[in-house]
Design a protein around this ligand. Structure first.
Ligand code: HEM
Length: 182
């Protein structure tokens, strides 16, 4: 299951970026358990999120990975507004990104014990370079990339991202994100 906020923020993004009419059309044209009525604190099947994104891709002609990435960027900006206290300890993109696993998502877990969070292993962290390995059963590396881009944009930094998929194991996909300061 996936936290309702991920759905409500997605619908908001579609309304703002496209139109409320397109958001409605996306909901009506996707088979959904409860007609697309989501609350931010509820939990809904991850498959519904995938189905909504697939419909949006069909309606807009954009690709699913591109839409998920754009959504990640939008979501990071919303996190900044909704959970400023979780970002207080950070002053730049690398310090925030390196603390998602050990701090930010731990705080998220306290608020939403049923949230299914990915892991981000930091394998290298210097002034110039940050290397993170994303692992999740959901394979949302596109969302991760969007969130990373949103984070870099938030701090107004210039950082290059190199992304490489690693072999999956036990149904857990892995993606290596190498970020280098320009
Ligand atoms: C204030 C900052 C953040 C907050 C409040 C936050 C919170 C959350 C929440 C509530 C979920 C949904 C869990 C569920 O559906 O059960 C989530 C998932 C996720 N978060 Fe974060 N997050 C933050 C920052 C980040 C950043 C910077 C990244 C990327 C480096 C990231 C990567 C992800 C990914 C990829 C998922 C999807 C779940 C998965 O891949 O398995 N998050 N996060």
């Amino acid at each position: 299951m996936m936290l309702g906020m991920v759905f409500t923020e997605f619908l908001e993004m579609v309304e703002q970026r496209y139109s409320p009419e397109l958001a409605d059309q996306m909901l009506t044209e996707t088979p959904l358990a409860n007609n697309g009525a989501y609350t931010a604190v509820g939990y809904y099947p991850f498959e519904e999120m995938q189905a909504l994104v697939a419909t949006l891709a069909r309606l807009t002609g954009s690709s699913v990975p591109m839409l998920i990435q754009v959504y990640g960027e939008h979501l990071f900006q919303r996190f900044v507004e909704l959970y400023p206290q979780m970002l207080e300890h950070c002053h730049d993109a690398f310090s925030l990104l390196a603390s998602v696993d050990g701090h930010v998502h731990q705080e998220v877990h306290k608020l939403y014990p049923q949230a299914q969070l990915p892991t981000f292993e930091t394998t290298e962290h210097t002034e110039q370079r940050l290397v993170l390995i994303y692992r999740s059963s959901r394979g949302l590396a596109d969302l991760a990339e969007g969130l990373i881009r949103g984070c870099i944009g938030h701090y107004g930094e210039t950082i290059r991202i190199h992304r490489e998929d690693l072999p999956a194991s036990d149904g857990i996909s892995a993606t290596r994100f190498e970020m280098t300061r320009a």
